[in-house]
Design a protein around this ligand. Structure first.
Ligand code: PEP
Length: 255
């Protein structure tokens, strides 16, 4: 399938930034700048900002995502948020398996898989993050790491459900470090991810999946990264907190 037929998606990952008031102000700056985007535009925001963000983007082309969700419908999981809670307030996307969750909060491929299946069952679209550590790249096991994550994170996800999954390739060494993968490195791993999806499902199913690159993508490097055949969008951390920079990345993806 030709790249143009896949949905280009630019998603901001705000991480633990912006109070509800600040979120409203930032979204009011972003929405007019991206109103003519020819790609999907998403802001994934902290839980407490979700309701405000949904209100601030009503009637615009900006969709709202959460930064995590639990797999259980409800119960004794202090501090967690269920898919039903997100769905009820109008959340459409959810970032899962971000390397910061894996690194600091004990997220494993097994829990990423449980969250992914729960999100899909609830009608949310998961943005499933995979990526190698610097040491793993240096040891030349990037492909093994990615293959394992893709297989485990998507375990038991059906071909039909895969249509609602977005994959974000985020080399851990490039996140928040200012070190970007070269466009060739990004393309190489995104193409590898697609090949793995083709093995697990089939070529048509794999060709239809949006694969984002994430890791210090910004207004200066987005054009080059997004020009690659298998890089269908971006998951943007730092640059998503600056309206003009985020809008410039959206513009690059709209070409
Ligand atoms: C991210 O948080 O997913 C990310 C890619 O961050 P940054 O763009 O800041 O590297």
């Amino acid at each position: 399938m030709d790249k143009a037929k896949r949905k280009a998606i630019i998603a901001g990952n705000w991480k633990m930034n912006k109070t509800p008031k600040e979120a409203k102000a930032l979204l009011e700056q972003i929405t007019p700048l991206v109103k003519d985007a020819d790609c999907e535009v998403i802001a994934c925001v902290p839980y407490v900002d979700l309701a405000t963000a949904i209100e601030a983007t009503a009637g615009t082309n900006v969709k709202i995502g959460a930064e995590n969700c639990h797999w259980a419908a409800n119960g004794a999981f202090t501090g967690e948020i269920s898919t039903g809670m997100l769905k009820e307030i109008g959340v459409e996307y959810v970032v899962l398996g971000h390397s910061e969750r894996r690194q600091y909060f004990g997220e494993t491929d097994e829990t990423v898989n449980k969250r992914t299946k729960a999100a899909l069952a609830a009608g949310l679209k998961p943005i499933v993050c995979v990526g190698e550590l610097l040491w793993e790249r240096e040891c030349d096991i990037t492909e093994e790491v990615i293959a394992r994550q893709i297989k485990l994170d998507l375990w038991d996800v059906t071909e039909e459900e895969l249509k609602n999954v977005v994959i974000a390739y985020e080399p851990v060494w490039a996140i928040g470090t200012g070190k970007t993968a070269t466009s060739d490195q990004a393309e190489e791993v995104c193409a590898f991810i697609r090949a793995q999806l083709a093995k697990l499902y089939n070529q048509d199913a794999a060709d239809a999946v949006t694969i984002q690159y994430g890791g210090s993508m910004n207004d200066g490097n987005a054009d080059e990264l997004l020009s690659k055949t298998n890089v269908d969008g971006g998951l943007i951390g730092g640059a998503s907190l600056v309206a003009e920079k985020f809008a410039a990345i959206v513009k690059a993806a709209s070409k």
